[in-house]
Design a protein around this ligand. Structure first.
Ligand SMILES: [Ca+2]
Length: 158
């Protein structure tokens, strides 16, 4: 009886240790995975900024101006994004660059309901677009991982 109790105790401790080790391993894997995920999304964001920057440059070379969108109001980001895409698509060389953007980041592609397409960031939030006449270059803003505009993790194009 005594040896049985002892054996049971050991088994319990062993189980607790095994569970603890598994928990540590799982948290390590989750930590690494989310870091990789964050990095790949940031990379995706930079690729979109680069492509849109190129498309804007082409637009400028064709028209001599940038699409104007002076309103600074994140609440209207979807409308700003629509304006940007509609303008860029009207210029062949800009449209060509836009075609390189993964469809995952373009929503309402068919211009469904009352909207034309918008461009989204890798976290699923629509991109904001600002260009005030006289500025050197337009600005694209992603709400970042927290999906909220105006917070510290926002990412702006350079
Ligand atoms: Ca944010």
């Amino acid at each position: 009886m005594r040896s049985h109790e002892y054996k049971f105790g050991t088994t319990l401790i062993e189980m607790v240790i095994v569970v603890a080790v598994i928990a540590i391993l799982v948290s390590m894997v989750v930590g690494v995975t989310s870091r990789i995920d964050k990095r790949s999304k940031e990379k995706g964001m930079n690729n979109i900024f680069t492509l849109l920057g190129g498309a804007l440059q082409e637009y400028y070379e064709y028209t001599g101006k940038f699409p104007e969108q002076p309103e600074k109001n994140f609440a209207n980001a979807a409308a700003h994004s629509e304006l940007l895409l509609t303008e860029l698509r009207s210029i062949p060389s800009s449209r060509k660059l836009l075609e390189q953007i993964n469809d995952l980041f373009l929503k309402n592609k068919a211009g469904a309901v009352d909207t034309s397409p918008e461009i989204y960031d890798p976290w699923g939030t629509v991109l904001d677009y600002i260009y005030v006449k006289g500025d050197t270059f337009p600005k694209l803003i992603s709400a970042g991982p927290d999906k909220v505009f105006g917070t510290a993790d926002d990412i702006s194009s350079k």
